[in-house]
Design a protein around this ligand. Structure first.
Ligand SMILES: [Zn+2]
Length: 218
């Protein structure tokens, strides 16, 4: 009986080990790239979703990456990078805009959780960017969506687009991602210092909602 129990435990731990597809020698970016490949090829393994993982995380979290992405229901970072509990420190707002609360969350993850990779991930066909383009600078509803549109309008990267490019959703999405990356690289006091000293990496990425693929902008 004891032997059977032991065999069962060995079987369960072997299963759990299989559920961690990544070699620990991979860098944080390589882990995201590998996970993205699994997801986009229709072969996700859904790692780190076991009860064992939940119990392990009770001791504390050590996410290996921070992903700033859109709140769009088609863009959950944990799914598109085929990761699980405790893997990604996730920040999501419509249009992946970054205000004080989001910046504070990023600083917390870098300073206290020791995350060394930040990815600002926009996505194709983003509704927030479409709303910005369609408003043509005249979004005049008295709601809080206005703050998001205004934020995107104020991004230098959007302002610097040529008049023709201002009508292109793809160009506007790229500009928005470039803004997020530049903003975080220069964000004092925590991120800028660490970025300049090469202690953290901050890059952009574009998620394609049709193919499920992520293109990193390294
Ligand atoms: Zn979006």
């Amino acid at each position: 009986m004891i032997k059977k129990g032991l065999l069962y435990l060995l079987f369960i731990s072997a299963l759990s080990a299989c559920n961690h597809p990544e070699n620990n020698n991979l860098s944080p970016l390589q882990k995201l790239e590998e996970g993205s490949r699994r997801f986009a090829s229709g072969k996700p393994v859904h790692p780190d979703e076991t009860l064992e993982r939940i119990r392990e995380l009770k001791k504390g979290q050590h996410p290996f990456a921070i992903v700033v992405s859109c709140s769009d229901s088609r863009v959950p970072a944990e799914l598109v990078f085929d990761q699980g509990l405790g893997d990604i420190f996730s920040i999501r707002t419509a249009g992946n805009v970054i205000g004080d609360y989001e910046l504070g969350s990023l600083e917390y993850a870098v300073e206290h959780l020791n995350c060394k990779l930040i990815v600002v991930m926009g996505h194709k066909d983003c509704g927030a960017i479409k709303a910005f383009i369609n408003s043509k600078g005249h979004y005049d509803h008295a709601d809080h969506i206005k703050n998001i549109i205004n934020y995107i309008e104020d991004e230098n990267e959007e302002k610097n687009l040529t008049s023709a490019d201002k009508l292109s959703i793809d160009k506007a999405i790229d500009a928005n991602i470039a803004h997020g990356v530049a903003f975080l690289r220069g964000a004092e006091p925590i991120l800028k210092e660490r970025f300049v000293q090469n202690k953290i990496t901050i890059i952009g990425a574009l998620y394609d909602i049709e193919s499920g693929k992520v293109t990193f902008k390294k």
